[in-house]
Design a binder for this molecule. Structure first.
Ligand SMILES: Nc1ncnc2c1ncn2[C@@H]1O[C@H](COP(=O)(O)OP(=O)(O)OP(=O)(O)O)[C@@H](O)[C@H]1O
Length: 468
């Protein structure tokens, strides 16, 4: 039976917490200060500690010193509104979550329902480490170079906690797979993992996409819409390209992260949500703060646990391992038995991979397709791909009734065609950044692949630069 220790100098808070935790069938002990708490720790080591940060004889975080980090005891800190900053630093020190006073009992219930059964996730992370040694993969992520081992180590540490994560890395380095891995190794994995590309949503729609809207709240809002924060309740929200989110909206995002409350567009009714946010960017976030693209307070709140994804060119032999895995996957799907000729292997290792893992994956796919059906070896497709796409027509006709998103899509793809697939030129004509164009193409799925076929090394490099 899990045992919970409640430490708070306010008897009413202690009683209320003990009552709600008791309802869940857990045993409780209470303490009014650090001294009493330490006595309770000796009497019975709890599975969870709820502790106020401000205690008469010190800070709740002082209790970390009395807990063995390997024991798996979860600490939830309780704080007043004004001291959210200290709750964030408690998260950095290893607290699993925090509650803001007045305590919302629904949130206590949500925390209790997510508590690990003894050793569950830790055992699983241990198994993944074993798999990494044998097969060079960590869950969804392939590669066992020292640079990636460091990433897995950080993921393994942060995944079971409630901390926000900030993923930084060039385009195509695997930020989304890393976010998914964090989700899969967290207690939220039975709930949704939703990925949102902030750079791919039009600035006019992003607020309603995030928080939802009520019917009639703006022209075109013909029915109620649930936003990402509502749909991801209990789960994880991956906010890619966070620096592309309009700054006004970043204020609202910060508020949700601090209070767990938000409002749909067109209402004043607060809705509660319990979502873990993982943000990502391919820019230098501190530079983005200096440029005014990312609010400093939001950056601090998101950057509780930063993880940096190394570019593929710093992963040594992982290039070969990844290429091989992508080829095996294609072989399995198409019932082929292709392998890389030595010339391709050599080329793969000497190329700088500006587009990182995504570019490598696309390359393997091209080499597989180009080799035809008869050969057992992949084609030696050169890595410098030249562009030559004939232009088609000079106008786009968009009928009434077309949604804004679909009109965007048609215009973007037509412009790209018109530019013979040259993304830098298309982005210039459309008046958007190369990165945004690229994000849209990824969102459009097959069309993106078609466009990628026409990609040039220079463009990929420009993209790398844009992301730097
Ligand atoms: N370590 C990895 N193992 C296997 N596949 C990977 C790995 N890293 C990336 N990929 C694959 O590479 C592609 C790009 O990865 P992903 O979308 O996660 O990158 P990203 O950094 O989020 O890109 P962007 O910055 O453009 O959003 C995906 O198809 C993903 O499955």
């Amino acid at each position: 039976m899990p045992h919970v220790l409640i430490v708070d100098d306010d008897p009413a808070t202690r009683e209320a917490l003990a009552a709600i935790i008791g309802e869940d069938g857990l045993t409780t002990a209470t303490a009014g200060d650090l001294r009493e708490a330490r006595i309770q720790l000796v009497r019975q080591m709890p599975d969870v500690v709820f502790t106020d940060l401000k205690l008469p004889d010190g800070s709740g975080v002082d209790l970390f010193e009395d807990l063995d980090p390997r024991s798996g005891v979860e600490v939830i800190v309780i704080t007043g509104h004004a001291t959210v900053e200290s709750a964030v630093s408690a998260l950095k020190m290893g607290a699993a979550d925090y509650l803001v006073k007045p305590i919302n009992m629904q949130r206590v219930k949500a925390i209790l329902s997510r508590l690990p059964r003894p050793g569950d996730l830790k055992a699983e992370i241990g198994t993944l480490r074993g798999e990494l040694r044998r097969m060079g993969r960590f869950g969804l992520m392939l590669g066992n170079s020292p640079a990636m081992q460091e990433v897995y180590d950080q993921i393994g540490r942060v995944a079971p906690t409630a901390a926000s994560v900030m993923l930084v890395g060039e385009s195509g380095t695997g930020k989304e797979v890393a976010a998914q891995t964090v989700h899969e190794l967290s207690l939220r994995r039975k709930h949704a993992f939703l990925a949102v590309n902030c750079g791919a949503i039009s600035p006019n729609l992003i607020e309603s996409e995030m928080f939802g809207h009520e019917r009639g709240s703006f022209t075109g809002a013909d029915r109620q819409h649930k936003g990402y924060f509502e749909r991801a309740n209990g789960g994880t929200l991956f906010l890619d390209e966070i620096t592309e989110m309009p700054v006004e909206l970043q204020v609202k995002l910060l508020r949700v992260l601090e209070t767990g409350m938000f409002m749909r567009v067109g209402t004043t009714k607060e809705i509660e949500t319990d979502v873990r946010v993982i943000a990502a960017t391919n820019r230098d976030p501190e530079q983005a703060v200096l440029e005014g693209k990312l609010r400093l307070d939001l950056y601090h709140r998101l950057n509780v646990f930063p993880i940096s994804l190394p570019p593929l060119r710093e992963r040594g032999k992982d290039v070969e391992l990844l290429a091989q895995a992508f080829l095996e996957d294609l072989n399995e799907r198409h019932s082929t038995r292709k392998h890389f000729p030595p010339a391709v292997k050599e080329m793969l290792m000497s190329y700088p991979w500006p587009g990182n893992v995504r570019e490598l994956k696309n390359y393997v796919q091209r080499a597989h397709i180009m080799s035809g059906t008869d050969s057992d070896s992949t084609a030696t497709v050169p890595l410098q791909i030249t562009l030559s796409k004939p232009a088609t027509g000079t106008a786009v006709t968009i009928p009434f009734g077309t949604s804004l998103a679909e009109a965007d899509r048609q215009l973007i793809l037509a412009t790209l065609d018109q530019c013979g697939g040259v993304k830098t030129r298309a982005a210039e004509i459309l008046g958007i950044s190369l990165k945004t164009l690229y994000n849209r193409l990824v969102e459009y799925g097959n069309d993106a692949n078609r466009a990628d076929d026409a990609d040039s090394t220079d463009e990929s490099r420009a993209l790398g630069d844009a992301s730097a």
